[in-house]
Design a protein around this ligand. Sequence first.
Ligand code: NAP
Length: 299
Amino acid sequence: MATLGWVGLGAMGSRLAARLLGAGHTVVGWNRTPDKARALARAGLRPAASPRAVAEAAEATFSMVTDDAALRAVALGPDGIVAGLRPGAVFVEMSTVGPAATREVGAAVAARGAAMLDVPVSGSTITVERGEASFQAGGDPAALERVRPWLMAMGSGGVTHVGELGLAKTMKVATNLGLAVQMLAFSEAVLLAEKSGIAREAAVDALLKSVIASPMVKYRGPFVLGRMPREAWFPVPMIQKDLQLALDQAHAVGVPLPTTALVQQWLTMARGLGLAALDFAALFDVLASLSGRPPSPNR
Ligand code: NAP
């Protein structure tokens, strides 16, 4: 069994780290807000004083934080992960952040004689709990083979190597734009059916049994009937961050993303209506209010 490091024990990080503990590994961890690490400490996680201390103790260090600024905060500087990496160690960065910030940290990692992979996670908190998460990976294939068994302990959905460091972050935001686009299309279908005389429950049931029922739609379809979890799986500002990364990349490479740009505006409307703390399935409520129909009974 290995000694592994974890930095960022939020909704996703805590669940992924829990799977490593469950597989019998020693996990040394750090979170900016130490209270959030308490439950995992009771499950065996060894708290460390800084991201640097995590990396010093581990043969591979994983991080899962919010955005570019958070990645720079935990990775760089005297107490950052990079400062603690031993030559030959591997840093596996799993956050959905921009490829440029990922490569910037990657250059600092390489200067220490360590390897960096970007391995964002496909799936939500429930997918991780079920052990079904999948991964996209960028960086040195040999380093990926070293960490593959630990990735498999976190999720059995498989690993797709997409190219050099940073490209997995691009693949991840290309994937995530579909989440919001699908949710808006699903909401349009439910409300069209409902306002034409079909009960909302029947419309959701029909769609979940139809060919449009992707895993994402199967998870979130019931949310519009009031079954949205209290802890938002993927809050509105978080998915807006991903769509913005996709739009920025699209601008850089010259690919039009008309539906993504439109859904981004709908998510801004959701924030304007006070729905920012909810899962992005709150897109339904925005459209419902404009259709003269009641919102989902979640609040
Ligand atoms: P979360 O629960 O809000 O956790 C965010 C983590 O980042 C927390 O540990 C937070 O520390 C840390 N953090 C934020 N800013 C920081 C800073 N400046 N310095 C140090 N630590 C900082 O979010 P999450 O759902 O776990 O998401 C984490 C990443 O996973 C995001 O990039 C997200 O897009 C991606 N992701 C999320 C999902 C999902 O369904 N939720 C699915 C796949 C990927 P504190 O506890 O101190 O705030």
